[in-house]
Design a protein around this ligand. Sequence first.
Ligand SMILES: [Zn+2]
Length: 278
Amino acid sequence: MQFSETAFEQLRPGIWRAVASPASVTIGLVAGDGGALLIDTGSSPSQGARLREAAEDVAGVPLVAVVVTHAHFDHYYGLAAFDDLPTYGHESLIDALAADHVEQEAAELGFATTELKPPNRPLSLARMVDLGGRHAEIVHFGRGHTAGDLVVIVPEAEVIFTGDLLEQGAPPAMGPDCFLKEWPAALDGVLGLVNEHTLLVPGHGEPFDRVFAFTQRAEISSVYGQAEYLVSQGVAAADALAAGEWQFDDDTITAVLPIVYAQLAAEGKLPGRRLRLL
Ligand SMILES: [Zn+2]
């Protein structure tokens, strides 16, 4: 596995981002007069350590806190490099480390699961971090991309780090652990805070403005809505790609159809059975 990190690039005064591979994840950095907050940590403890050094260099003030936006490896597994600081994450991140796939992911990334650390300041709803002259708000607006998505709002700079609730350059990742029905409502919490000056910084891709964010919210919402409609019309998952009107490319929809059909089935919504009369 090839690990690399770009240099931190300034987005606005006191706000930077770097990109850490293998997964091209955004690493955010917000500095005040007295301290800095790092947002997401890369894919391994050693990558986290490199990001920590680079972040403190560019911020010019010490890191005073770190936040992980959700449980996926590229955001989370670097967190162990920061355990002497207050580290924030949604409370669901603690159990997420015990999931079956973590051991395999860690092996592929070249370390043991025992090297990983959960957030030492787990939160359920919201927390404020004072950086001196500015503050950051860490908020869980509900389930969406995962069960434990957090966004980081810097009101004074009009910047919001969205984690993977929004992505640029590729469709948002709608995996088996996402909550497609609830995702738009979580985004509404974010979008209620934006104005024409707001810069939204996604978990993957380039920063964007509110128009892009509103559009992607509608696209995400359409996946569940379209699938729900097709189920009500008795269309099976295998026929849904051809039968539906989709806002994402065929590969994305092909991958998400079994997931959204399973989520609809769990709600008791199943394609009606057509009676064979002859
Ligand atoms: Zn993710």
